[in-house]
Design a protein around this ligand. Structure first.
Ligand SMILES: Nc1ncnc2c1ncn2[C@@H]1O[C@H](COP(=O)(O)OP(=O)(O)OP(=O)(O)O)[C@@H](O)[C@H]1O
Ligand SMILES: [Mg+2]
Length: 291
């Protein structure tokens, strides 16, 4: 079986700084893989590299990204664009800034559908209303006529989820889709992603720093720190028998229903420091090798 998504030895640098230091991971068809790690680990950079949306001063310096066996980095730009939004979709980290503020919701979903699926304006709008119903938005016709600022943050996130799944993608990259939302809305959003990915048969790379979320919805997981994979495997195995000290520390810092809040221990700063100096040492070794 060809993996839906394969990343091999991916290195990304921003100027002289390395942000991904040789990341490898795989997502099988229909699989949900969690990508966990603290702020600055490089989770969003990975997603952006896949989508060809790296910041202007960033560059892929090594490695391979393949979608259904085809090399995304070697692909012609036009071909890659055809895949994005249709076969590979993103649920972005920030629902506030990810919708165009001056366009109605209906126009934004409609344009996406017309662009990728070649639908007429009328069919696209009808389909857009169906999509909003799929994400449990009531009175979809009314909502289609609204601007993003006229709906709540939770609803904006639902709209973005509807757009991500609109063209039956094989892969959805969900970049912390619940971080900006309160707990109740978070739970609803997780359920929605779960329902839609089953309905559309999509694989999901679910980016989060919340191990609780990973335990709930991800079959497998990859732990990233300072742009390096520290551990990966089936979620059940990693969470019950973590091999890396960092994964153990993350677990000890994660609230759980069966444990009093007092038992929570933050990740020790000394461990974080040690991991960063390890990463920088590896950079030095690579620089010497390259010279
Ligand atoms: N536009 C940018 N220019 C320069 N450096 C950047 C830029 N965006 C991110 N970085 C750096 O790249 C590294 C990885 O950032 P990234 O956004 O991928 O982290 P993340 O794991 O997604 O964190 P978070 O959980 O906060 O979203 C960080 O050290 C960050 O400071
Ligand atoms: Mg991020």
């Amino acid at each position: 079986m060809t993996a839906t998504f394969t990343v091999e030895g991916l290195k990304v640098a921003i100027g002289a700084a390395n942000v991904l230091r040789g990341v490898s991971l795989e997502v099988q068809p229909g699989e949900v893989r969690g990508l966990v790690g603290e702020s600055g680990a490089g989770k969003s950079m990975l997603g952006r590299a896949v989508l060809g949306l790296l910041p202007a001063n960033a560059a892929v310096t090594a490695g391979r990204i393949a979608f259904e066996g085809r090399d995304l980095l070697a692909m012609a730009e036009a071909e890659r664009r055809r895949l994005l939004g249709r076969r590979i979709a993103l649920i972005p980290q920030d629902p506030m800034t990810s919708l165009n503020p001056v366009k109605r919701i209906g126009a934004q979903i409609g344009n996406l559908l017309r662009h990728h699926l070649d639908l007429s304006k009328r069919t696209a709008l009808a389909r857009a209303a169906e999509l909003l119903t799929e994400v449990a938005i009531r009175e979809p016709e009314r909502v289609l006529a609204l601007y993003p600022h006229e709906i709540s943050g939770g609803m904006r996130q639902r709209v973005l989820i509807a757009m991500a799944f609109a063209c039956d993608p094989a892969l959805v990259i969900a970049d912390e889709p619940t971080t900006a939302l309160d707990v109740t809305v978070q739970r609803q959003v997780l359920q929605l992603v779960e329902r839609l990915r089953l309905r559309h048969g999509s694989a999901v790379l679910f980016v989060t720093h919340d191990l609780g979320v990973v335990a709930k919805i991800c079959r497998s997981m990859t732990v990233l720190h300072a742009g390096r994979v520290l551990e990966e495997g089936e979620t059940a195995n990693v969470l019950t028998r973590p091999r890396h000290a960092y994964t153990r520390a993350l677990l000890a810092a994660t609230p759980r229903a069966d444990r009093p809040a007092e038992a929570l221990r933050p990740v020790p700063p000394a461990l974080i420091e040690q991991l960063w100096s390890e990463a920088h040492r590896l950079d030095d070794v690579a620089a010497v090798d390259a010279a």
